[in-house]
Design a protein around this ligand. Structure first.
Ligand code: 13P
Length: 269
């Protein structure tokens, strides 16, 4: 079993990576790791996450209240946002919040990442919705993010940045990296005249691969509300993917309908 000190070191290492890769500026971003149902480690507020040592890391309970923090350190001002993820997603062991350049540009422009442009992004993320703007440190961001938690492992935060979460610290970090890579490719291909999207059947084949691999986490391929309603899901939902049902559903193609039916059967619906 990995010691608490070792996990603190890993948080510092990931903090350095998000800083060194320009995914945060200055003192931005925050990271947390679940130790048990009522014990969580998190980065302190107001420090550069690129220069932390294990002594910086705070321990909080499920309410975000301090269990242990060294003098001069207080838990992240965004701890409520992290706790809301853990509360709604028992499978999540780590949450990473950052402001990667391209991802944040999309979040500021109000454009969710929905275009299916490359297999890895489709398999890892499906699509990435935008949670409505909220004032940092208040309940507004957790409230805005909550409805997306059953369906996604990453969410853009409107006019702010992004949130990624997974079954380990490394995987949560990788999720954030995947979001940024996807956003960057979408932006750059847009500059080159526009991305050539994968077809619906190509996307569905990738969704099938994800299901066959039994990849952990939530993904619109499995649980998109549109799929629940028997409608085409995710990349067919015209950028409204998220917890809001897509009333018109788009043109149903046979393959999508068949696969959706199969998923419903697997889910026992
Ligand atoms: P903290 O330093 O309080 O974690 O806040 C950084 C941040 O990015 C807020 O959005």
């Amino acid at each position: 079993m990995v010691s608490e000190y070792e996990i603190k070191k890993q948080i510092c290492e990931i903090g350095k990576r998000i800083y060194d890769r320009g995914m945060v500026a200055s003192n931005d971003g925050n990271i947390s790791v679940k130790l048990s149902d009522n014990e969580f480690l998190c980065t302190p507020t107001g420090v550069s996450k690129g220069f932390m040592t294990p002594e910086y890391i705070c321990k909080v309970d499920a309410e975000g209240k301090v269990i242990q923090a060294n003098p001069g350190f207080r838990p992240s001002s965004e701890i409520k946002m992290h706790m809301r993820v853990y509360k709604n997603r028992p499978d999540v062991q780590s949450v990473v919040h950052a402001h990667p350049m391209y991802t944040t540009a999309f979040a500021i422009a109000g454009i969710p990442l929905t275009q299916p442009i490359m297999p890895e992004a489709v398999i890892a993320l499906g699509c990435v919705p935008i949670a409505e703007y909220g004032t940092p440190s208040t309940d507004e961001i957790p409230d805005a993010v909550e409805k997306y938690l059953p369906y996604f492992d990453a969410v853009l935060l409107e006019n702010h940045g992004a949130l990624a979460f997974s079954d380990s610290l490394l995987n949560a970090y990788h999720k954030m990296e995947s979001v940024e890579f996807y956003a960057k490719l979408l932006y750059l291909s847009g500059q080159l005249g526009g991305a050539k999207e994968l077809s619906k059947s190509q996307v569905e084949r990738l969704f099938e691969i994800r299901r066959a691999f039994g990849l952990p986490g939530k993904h619109p391929a499995n649980l998109c509300p549109n799929a629940k309603a028997g409608l085409p899901s995710c990349h067919s939902c015209k950028g409204t993917c998220g917890a809001t049902l897509n009333a018109d559903g788009g043109a149903s193609d046979d393959l999508v309908a068949q696969i959706t039916k199969k998923v419903m059967e697997q889910l026992g619906k």
